[in-house]
Design a protein. Sequence first.
Length: 513
Amino acid sequence: MHAKVLVSILLVSTLLGAGCLDNNAQTNDAGNIAKGGKSRLPAPNAQGFFATLPDGTQVDPSLLLDVPPLLGAQRFIGYSSFEPTLGVHPKSGAVFMSALDFKGPNGLPQPFVRKTADKGLTWTDVSPRLPTGNPNPPVSFDPFVISDPVTGRIYTSDLEALVCNWLSWSDDEGKSWLTQPMGCGLPYGVHDHQSIITGKARLAPATAYQNRMLYYCVNRIGDSSCAASHNGGITFGPLVPVMLGVDVERGGFCGGLHGHVKTDNAGRVFLPKSQCGQPHVGVSEDDGATWKVYRISPRGTRGGDHEVAIAADASDNLYAFWIGEDGLPRLSMSKDHGKMWTPERNVAAPGLTATDKPTIHATAEGKVAFAYIGTNHPGGYGKNRAAADWAGATWNGYIGVMTDALAENPIVLTTTVNDPADPIAINQCGGGRCQGLYDFIDIEIDGEGRPWAALVDVCHEKCIADFAKDPKSARHEESRGFTGTLATGPALTKEGGALPLLPALPSPGVPKS
């Protein structure tokens, strides 16, 4: 064990209590009861609070000096969702999350945008609407929501018939919207798995939108490509290939699926991808005109996984997050904008055997939050695992935080956002398109340093009851979107300290929205 870690552990004073929730902490979110929601703050210590060292050693978190205990919380949005994304308004702190149902024309998926301005106590619909009152667009194959961290503009992006993108934006937190029904780079064609992000213009001025760029990246099967808009999404330049869908050096086809595009404070653009089994990142320093590709780690990603995630902190240090070959989450850092990376580190909570859906966000220097789903089911992914081998597995949502990620011996603090007695999924889920969870989740950090993860719960009352009787016969139910957050924990801000206690939900029967 490193000397600095020993010193930090020996600087122990008193046990940090994990309580401080009132009697309302376990009550249901009445406004979501109609949708079957069960938002609540679990009982203290229900989920566990883990601390691990760089070598994977578990530390009693009560021995860590001045570390506020982590306690997870669920806040259901009162609507279904899948592949959820979210954005946090930089001034008001309002959280916007994508929602989706399959009640559109001919049973096709309809997109919605849900908003909370009171840390998840209430949720309202602020979706773009057609004059008829129907969602705009009426059908979406991939919804995607972001908030510009500088201007506060909310964007919602919806894949349109797999050939382009329906783009809407709001400068008044969803009260009104403008729409560009062909908001994508040319050429039209096979567009899938899109993501968008804003960033500072580096070379050409973007005077139409406060010197801000908008980037649109998409899977075109044969490559991963990105297009740039200098006017906030009114028009886009051509799609520029970032990575081919084949491995030129080793051979093999791996397609164009990629992680979410991100930017740093200087306007550099980053597109992460598991390039034929290894984590890579494409980097553009000229507003998306040209790209260079760097390998993050020589070790592989879990077979078939494409969701490598990237985040930049306020000092433009980069953090890459992905699922390793053993099915557990890995973290690596870069101080030179993606060219060189530190050796990867296992950042899984103790006891986990399989994880999936990695996502990461950063704020002040060294302040990082990440989320994933995980299980401690014996055998994990293993070899030649069949669906029957997963019977009895329970999956939970995890949030991990690092307050000193750039230190020599950074410590990872982790908790589940749901009570493990009430899992978000069961049996076979990770490593495939588990109903409602599909390809990815999302996470951001608000202005007071609290992380918000966009997640989905597909195991409710009937599922849990059936699972208790016979895990093999239990089935997933409808997907219910929720945000996972921290009721207590360290504030991921430059000033640090402890998060303000998350407001408790009111008693059942109180109107929510």
